[in-house]
Design a protein. Sequence first.
Length: 95
Amino acid sequence: MLVKPSYIFSALMNVMLYVPIGIMMPTLLRSYSKAVISGFLFSVIVNLLQLITTVGAFELDDIFHNTIGMIVGCVLCYRLRKLYWKRWKAKQQHK
């Protein structure tokens, strides 16, 4: 096997950790690009703190997977907003 199952599990968990943040941040910052950049910077800060405090490990793939999670969350946020807006518009037209 080329990739260990534990690595795949770890990568998926890093992605899933940042999806909820990716859903919330565009609403707070009113920008998808700012949300992704802030998620990336937050991930870098967390990894730097792990390096400084020697609790955990500084891993570039964690930053990559966390950023992917932010992007997935932002895409979900965009899709949910679009769906909600269409339903709201349709409801307003039927009144």
